[in-house]
Design a protein around this ligand. Structure first.
Ligand code: ACM
Length: 674
């Protein structure tokens, strides 16, 4: 009996240990760990069998090089090709058929790791690509070297449309930004890159039919058609579709620099340098507008192979339409009651053009109108209700509301935002019209230097929401895994971690960055669109190099401190006190050092009072800790006096705010009498 109990304990213990090994993101659907490991050594070989698309051989080769890169092992293989023999390979990929990089393609896979071999089976090579990423996340190390734990994994996506939209217009995002983000997307199994290619601030793709579009509308910053083909090939190799967006009829100033005849008010126009919703709008009443768009969209339909093309459709303020007598007369004559109906008329004309060129229409949720047929797809951004309404009315849709990563919200917020929440009142048929979602990287406040830090790692949490089963919702575990995946994402050249200290070095002009880092580690940029309403007027050419730009959207230090304080207050006997004291001491003393740094770094002086407030707050926190550790109470008068310190500290400075205030306030409250 004792033996059985001991065995049961051992089994439970080992299951616990294996269960801890789930450092995946997105979390696969089904994972069964067993005892044992597959050890990587310098004889490790891979092979691909079956009928695979060439992209699977390339992906296997990349995976092999990544395993070598991480382990430092000198594998005997260079490239994996159809000629690579299965004999002697200890990692075999079995693929039934070549997949197509299009909506709804089978992306399922199965992994079986035994101590002798690793097998990855897939229906299409797209499943193979997803499975290779899972295997790279499975790699572990111990005192004996690198290994894959023995495991069986069965996996498939919950939603077929798992996207990232990159705005390359507000700030120009060159090739390398796109490529490294495609690699990041592939690592977390995302499969749609939505390129926002035209805006008031820039027209970003070469048109051979209307070259004035990019020549006059881009400041020279645009993708040539050759570069677009390079992006398409790079994305296709990673099983990622590319959806181009040409936003119309609003957000079109940059078109009108070369083609003012398209506009609803006479020109001339210049490229917009401000942010916001602008008036310039295409004239939907002129046949010449449609003749132009027929030629232009025909050209783009040939360039971009995906069946879907995005026409934007958002934020048409209607001002130019209201002020144009000919447009008003047109509406009267055609019995068009309002601007939304006029936009639906425009959209229906565009739909005919797209259909002629073999494309389906996607647009932001403003394109939802009773006059539009059910063949269009709705991208909900103003609220989830538009997604629900679309699904009820028979339209397919994707969710972006709640995935606006430019709004600087925490990963947990995006993570729990579900395209089909558990309490959804939709019928099964309506739910089936919801194809997934897209994170949106709008680029008013980001440059190629900071864009990765706004996309990653939070987009990995969105990727998991869109891939993993709906019941994978443990926020703490998500944060644990997201930090691990965040480091792995750097492997692709993503700059979300490394640019941080580089920016701090520039801000401190060759001085020790530590005092600045201590402060910036615990601040976040102000949320939503508050940066535009705090007395700083931003333009496209403004500097995006300040402390607020270096600061990460979510301070992991502040999150960790909040958790440590919570644990300490629940059980002060735990050893957390020392780490809390160390932080508070560091922050209290930091200001004097940062003031020295500021002498030669005027650019960071905008944070001087915030740094002082952090110091004052930390001093109060230390007093609270001393009282708590001595099991004494500070009187209510002390706590009352600290309120002024807290209120001062809460005020954003340099469009950034201190994130450790709630944790310190908890200590103060716990330490003082009511
Ligand atoms: C949008 O954010 N205007 C689609």
């Amino acid at each position: 009996m004792k033996k059985i109990v001991a065995l049961a304990i051992l089994i439970l213990w080992s299951i616990g240990a294996w269960a801890n090994n789930t450092d995946f993101m997105p979390m696969p659907e089904k994972i069964t760990f067993q005892e044992g490991n597959f050890r990587l050594d310098a004889n490790f070989k891979m092979a691909v069998q079956g009928s695979a698309h060439p992209r699977l051989y390339d992906a296997a080769t990349r995976a092999l090089h990544r395993l070598a890169g991480r382990s430092g092992l000198f594998f005997p293989q260079d490239v994996i090709t159809p000629q690579t023999p299965a004999e002697g390979a200890r990692f075999l990929v079995y693929c039934q058929k070549a997949g197509r990089v299009e909506l709804g393609e089978n992306e399922s896979y199965e992994i079986v790791v035994t101590p002798q071999k690793v097998e990855l089976s897939c229906i299409t090579d797209l499943g193979g690509l997803r499975g290779l990423e899972t295997l790279l996340q499975l790699l572990r190390a111990d005192e004996n070297g690198y290994y894959f734990p023995v495991v069986t994994i069965q996996d498939k996506p919950r939603f077929p449309w798992r996207g990232l939209m990159i705005d390359v217009c507000r700030h120009w995002m060159p090739m390398e930004v796109i490529k490294r983000n495609l690699d990041g997307m592939a690592a977390v199994k995302m499969n749609v890159l939505h390129l926002h290619l035209s805006e008031d601030q820039g027209f970003r793709v070469e048109s051979k039919v209307f070259p004035k579009l990019h020549q006059l509308g881009s400041d020279g910053h645009y993708f040539t058609q050759e570069q677009i083909r390079e992006i398409l090939a790079y994305a296709d190799a990673r099983g990622i579709r590319v959806i181009p967006e040409f936003d119309m009829p609003g957000h079109t100033t940059a078109w009108f620099v070369g083609h003012p005849e398209l506009a609803s008010a006479p020109g001339p126009y210049t490229i917009e340098r401000r942010w916001g919703v602008m008036d310039p709008t295409m004239d939907p009443t002129k046949e010449s507008t449609y003749a132009f768009l027929d030629k232009f969209l025909g050209e783009m339909a040939k360039l971009f192979p995906d069946p879907y093309l995005h026409i934007g459709g958002d934020e048409n303020n209607g001002k130019q339409w209201n002020q144009n007598a000919a447009i008003q007369a047109f509406m009267k004559k055609k019995n068009i009651p309002d601007n939304h109906a006029l936009q639906a008329y425009f959209n229906n004309r565009i739909l005919k053009i797209l259909t002629k060129h073999g494309k389906k229409m996607v647009g932001w949720d403003e394109i939802l109108h009773p006059d539009m047929p059910k063949t269009i797809m709705i991208q909900s951004w103003r609220g989830p209700k538009f997604l629900v309404e679309s699904a009820r009315k028979g339209y397919t849709g994707i969710l972006s509301n709640g995935y606006y990563i430019d709004l600087i919200q925490p990963a947990s917020f995006h993570y729990l935002n579900d395209p089909v929440p558990a309490d959804s009142a939709l019928t099964d048929a309506e739910k089936a019209r919801i194809m997934g979602g897209e994170a949106t990287s709008w680029a008013e406040l980001v440059t190629p230097e900071t864009v990765d830090s706004r996309i990653w790692p939070r987009t990995a949490a969105i990727a998991e929401r869109l891939w993993s089963p709906a019941n994978v919702r443990d926020v703490e575990d998500m944060y644990r895994r997201m930090e691990i995946i965040s480091f792995q994402l750097e492997e692709h050249g993503l700059t979300h971690i490394k640019n941080y200290e580089m920016m701090l070095r520039r801000l401190t002009a060759n001085q020790d960055i530590r005092p600045l880092k201590n402060l910036v580690d615990v601040i976040e940029p102000v949320k939503i669109y508050q940066r535009h309403s705090q007395g700083v007027k931003y333009f496209s050419h403004s500097p995006y190099t300040r402390a607020v730009d270096a600061a990460r959207p979510e301070s992991m230090t502040a999150r960790w401190v909040a958790k440590t304080v919570e644990a300490f207050l629940q059980d002060p006997a735990q050893a957390n006190a020392e780490t809390i004291m160390a932080c508070l001491n560091k922050w209290r003393d930091n200001h004097a050092q940062l003031q020295q740094t500021m002498i030669k770094s005027p650019v960071i002086r905008e944070l001087e009072s915030l740094s002082q407030d952090l110091s004052d707050l930390a001093a109060a926190g230390l007093k609270a800790m001393d009282a708590l550790l001595a099991e004494q109470k500070l009187d209510a008068g002390w706590r009352y006096e600290q309120q002024a310190v807290i209120e001062r500290a809460k005020k954003p400075r340099g469009q950034a705010e201190l994130m450790i205030i709630p944790a310190v306030v908890k200590l103060m409250d716990a330490a003082s009498t009511e």
